[in-house]
Structure formats: C-alpha cells, structure tokens
Design a protein around this ligand. Sequence first.
Ligand code: V47
Ligand code: SF4
Length: 366
Amino acid sequence: MFLNTYISDNELKSISKKVLNNQRINLEEGIYLYDNADLATLGYLSNFVRESKNGNNTYFNKNLHIEPTNTCVYSCKFCSYYKKKDEEGWEYSQDEMLEMVKNAGEEITEVHIVGGVHPTWDVHFYGELFQKIKQIRPNIHIKAFTAVEISYISKRSKMSIKEGLQTLKNYGLNSIPGGGAEIFDEEIRKQICGQKDTAAQWLSVHQTAHELGIPSNATNIYGHIENTFHKVEHLNRLRELQDKTGGFNVFIPLKFKNKNNELSYLNEVSIIEDVKMYAISRIYLDNFPHIKAYWPMIGKDISQLLLSFGVDDFDGTINDTTKIYSRAGADEQSPSMSTDEMIRLIKDAGRKPIERDSIYNIIKEY
Ligand code: V47
Ligand code: SF4
C-alpha cells in the first residue's frame, strides 16, 4: 500500500520492497537509497527494520566512562582530544581510576575505558587495573579499548593481537567498544588519520576478539570528507565481518564534530544527514542486532528523534566528565543524564525504556 501510493521511482520501489520482505540490499542499492530516498521513506523503512528486530524496546545501561589519559602517540586530524604540544593533559594513576569506580553508584553495571594511545602503558598495566576493579566490583562489565589501543599495547608487550586480547580477557576484559573504525576507505582514511592502524587491522582485531569469545561494538565517523560510496562501503565491510563471526552487538554512527581539531575548516553536517546516516545504517546492517545513538555526541533531542529512524539503544546514563566530544564542540559540555531523564526521553518518543546489561540482557523494564 505504502509503496504503491507513495513511491513513484521504480528503483526506490524495488529496493523498498526488498527491505520490507526482509531481503538484503546490496552496496549499489544502499548508495541509491542514501542518495534518492526522502526522509519519510527512510523513516518508514528503518523503523520497519527496527521494530522487526526490537519491537518498541529502547535499551540503555548505567555506566561510567573513564578516559585514563589524553597522551597519544597518534595525532588524528579529526581528534580534539589528544594532548597537543604545550597543552596540559592528564595521566590518571591506577588509584585515581579505582577511586572513580568506588565513587560510582552501586547501580553502575559497566565501566567503559577508552583514552589516548599511551606510549608506555602495556597489557599488564591495564590488566592489573582490571583485576583491581573486579576486586571492588566483581560483577562489573569491563568494556575497554579501541582496536588501535589494543594493537599498540599488545605490540608494546611483545605479544600478538591474539595473545594481547587473551591476556586482557584473563585479567577481566569483557568486551570492546566500537571506536577507532573512523572510515575504512583507504584513501580517505589516509587523509584523516594516516598514521594509525589500517582498516584491515581494525577489522582483524575485532575478528580475533570475536573468535576468542569477546563481543564488540562498531562505529564510523561520518560528515567530514567522505562521500556516499565511502559511507555505505564502510557498512558493507562491517556486515561482511558480522556474517563471519556474529560478534558485533551494536553499530554507533559518530557525527564528525569540528571544534579544536585539524579539520575545523569543515562545516558539521545538518540534522538531515544525521537522520539519513542512522536510517541507512539500520537498513543496511541487517545482521546487527542494535543501532545506538550516543547522546553525549549527537545531543539528547536528536537522539530522541532518531528513535524513529532505526535507533533502539541510548547508550548509558553516563554521569561523569567524558571529554572526547566536549572538546570537539558537542552541545553536551558536561554530559550526564539521570535514570529518570532517560526514561522520560524514551517514553516521550512513544518507546519502551529497558535497562540492559552490556550484552543486552534485560535488567529492568520501565
Ligand atoms: O575512537 C574522536 C571518535 C571515538 C571525534 O562502543 C570523533 O559503546 C567525531 O567510540 N568527531 C570514541 N568522532 C567514542 C566511541 C564510543 C562512544 C560511546 C560508546 C561506544 C561503544 C563507543 O570517537 C573515537 C573516534 O572514532 N571521535 N574525535 C570527532 N571530532
Ligand atoms: Fe589518539 Fe584516538 Fe585521538 Fe587518534 S582518535 S589521536 S588514536 S586519541
């Protein structure tokens, strides 16, 4: 009904039919959809996939972010976070980080640890930290390190990626967040973060993690110098790996924020691009269970809107001072959200709030 009365473009109609029949669309179709579908069509299709997979449920968790240092051996052009020359940075001691865990409320179920790639901290430094965290909070889930951190600290410890990951797992690592994927296209990647690991290395770290029973998340950064092909091709490489391993839980599109970095001359994209990126991600990644809006980066209002464009996960109630996005110019300069506010945002969008653990087991329905 919707297709026949509303869509006159035959190619768009045929792609939409596929989506509504739960058939996979290919790269060319993904690009066509991105470039030609209006927001109403994208909303209808992405919401169809969202509700087929997750019904009305909208997940969140209660977590704490720790950013151990902003010292970094790399200097990615989009990054506002790493310590520039002559800038004061921070390097927390293990005791300071343990204090943060102790001060977090008992209801916190996850600690998310991501920072700069420190030149000397290795697998054992972080491993001891994990052990001490688990001594204080035996049941807390440790989600830590982007793939580039994992490959650097493994090398630093004279270990292969597999050995590094296995050692971290033995120390208490439970899963890996999605950062560091940026954009897989080799040419664009070279231009925005040419020094760090290649796309193949990022994918290989995640594949190895999945093979060792460590689940992970995935991201991209959109809205800089990439085009539609680069965006959809990034999704395609993630979908291929997920077909092999099934180890990804969630995809998180990350909007390029332009303050205080070497790409500040670029404008940030509009909300229209945000909506398109999230909707296409939901439609294309048919083997990813969840799509997350990371509200400290994209803002609470847009996150709420995105619940109608494929998003079923709102990340956490984060009650701390994550700096990755506040330094890059996010509206949320000191991100925090109470459980009550989270529940209200989700309910006001007509969705059902569900507190989850880090691997999407239900803790409480509201
Ligand atoms: O790795 C850095 C990106 C990532 C900018 O897995 C930028 O649950 C846009 O990955 N503009 C860190 N993006 C954040 C991240 C994340 C956050 C929340 C949850 C999860 C998860 C993962 O942010 C970095 C980098 O890829 N990034 N600077 C910027 N200016
Ligand atoms: Fe370092 Fe990560 Fe920033 Fe790149 S994005 S400079 S690896 S902190």
